[in-house]
Design a binder for this molecule. Structure first.
Ligand code: NAD
Length: 362
């Protein structure tokens, strides 16, 4: 008989990342292939956006959704939200393969989970797509403002990243002013472009790169910043590297080249290997602002839509606290002599454990 368990086994991966449930969604007529991953629901329903991406293969899509949903558990926990961690991926090209049927079909799958998973935007998904999903399920946030939703979460995400970056500057340079700093923003999509907006106001020298040249040109013209070829990103002499595209850009290759003193960006799962590359940052005196801590603005925005009584003022106040949270993590990392990612993880796990215990008690 064929051996069913190997290193790529779905169940081995679920066990490794400690997932509760993973749902494979397929609707041939709608052209839908999606995966919903529910990582942990101790703090509340699993919440996290849906990503649409043209993955090279299905194994990559599974790997991505497992890592992203796990990250959401820690992000929601460390930000003080009563939400668990989940995420979804739709396999497909967001520029050419979007249809109403695709998103409504996906919405039906979300609805079938009865609120155990709440979706929202992520890479490749706009508020217009969310509108279609919302036609089929009530378990969706980040709805357009005219539908009573909180709208695009990216501006709040960018604001939170900016707060985290300033906290890192305070730690590394003794002042949270970014004036005169050379900052590279990799990926100028929704979040990256709003972040550039904050940075240029502080008289920084901003460099940008994007997978799509037309997008990079558009942002460069709007903010009068310099476009860098995406291949030379890691060779550029900068103070701050801000990954705002996809994950795993902190790895053996890039860390050997990077010349920055701070990494602070919006991308999820920036460390290819959390322990190894977190330690490498520490050894190389690169202050890493943990991704799941500083990019929480978007989920904070969505959270207030989910719990009701949404107000942008309330959301911004909460996102502003990312500055203090980040400083706190840097202090813990120093005291405990651990890398900053570990320090953030430690705090998130502590809250999950304590709230889990509280849930079980009378
Ligand atoms: P987006 O799709 O709007 O933008 C991503 C941009 O990165 C695109 O313009 C894309 O062309 C570019 N890109 C992709 N690969 C690249 C590469 N190798 N080099 C340069 N550019 C590249 O996505 P977004 O909403 O701005 O999110 C950016 C990152 O932040 C993602 O990792 C996302 O998971 C994370 N994030 C987003 C939010 C949010 O509120 N949107 C919240 C938390 C985390």
């Amino acid at each position: 008989m064929e051996t069913l368990v190997n290193n790529n086994s779905v169940f081995i991966q679920l066990a490794q990342y400690e997932h509760e449930q993973v749902v494979f969604c397929q609707d041939k007529q709608a052209g839908l292939k999606a995966i919903i991953a529910i990582h942990n629901t101790v703090l509340g329903p699993a919440a996290g956006g849906t990503r649409m991406w043209a993955y090279n293969n299905e194994a990559d899509a599974l790997h991505d959704v497992l890592r992203l949903s796990r990250g959401m558990t820690f992000k929601n926990a460390i930000s003080g939200l009563n939400l668990g961690g989940g995420k979804a991926v739709i396999i497909g090209d967001a520029r050419t393969q979007k249809t109403e049927t695709l998103f409504r079909s996906f919405g039906k799958f979300v609805e079938s989970l009865n609120g155990k998973y709440i979706t929202a935007e992520d890479v490749g998904i706009s508020t217009a797509d969310i509108e279609y999903i919302a036609m089929q399920t009530q378990h969706v946030a980040g709805k357009p403002e005219y539908m009573g939703g909180s709208g695009d979460p990216s501006p709040v995400t960018a604001y939170g990243v900016y707060m985290g970056m300033k906290a890192a500057a305070k730690k590394a340079y003794g002042s949270d002013s970014l004036q005169g700093k050379r900052i590279l923003v990799q990926g100028v999509g929704h979040v990256g472009s709003y972040l550039v907006g904050h940075l240029v106001k502080e008289n920084t020298k901003v460099f940008i790169s994007d997978f799509y040249e037309d997008r990079a040109k558009e942002v460069a013209q709007k903010y009068k910043v310099e476009v860098i070829d995406k291949e030379s990103v890691y060779d550029l002499d900068v103070d701050i590297y801000s990954p705002c595209a996809l994950g795993a850009t902190l790895n053996d290759n890039t860390l050997a080249k990077l010349k920055c003193s701070i990494v602070a960006g919006a991308a999820n799962n920036q460390l290819e290997d959390e322990k190894r590359h977190g330690d490498m940052c520490k050894e190389r005196n690169i202050l890493y602002a943990p991704d799941f801590l500083i990019n929480a603005g978007g989920i904070i925005n969505v959270y207030y839509e989910i719990v009701g009584n949404y107000s942008r003022e309330r959301v911004n106040k909460h996102a502003e606290r990312i500055y203090d949270y980040t400083q706190n993590i840097f202090a813990t990392a120093e005291t405990d002599n651990i890398n900053t990612h570990q320090a953030a993880l430690q705090l998130a796990l502590k809250r999950i454990e304590e709230m889990g215990r509280l849930k079980m008690s009378r």
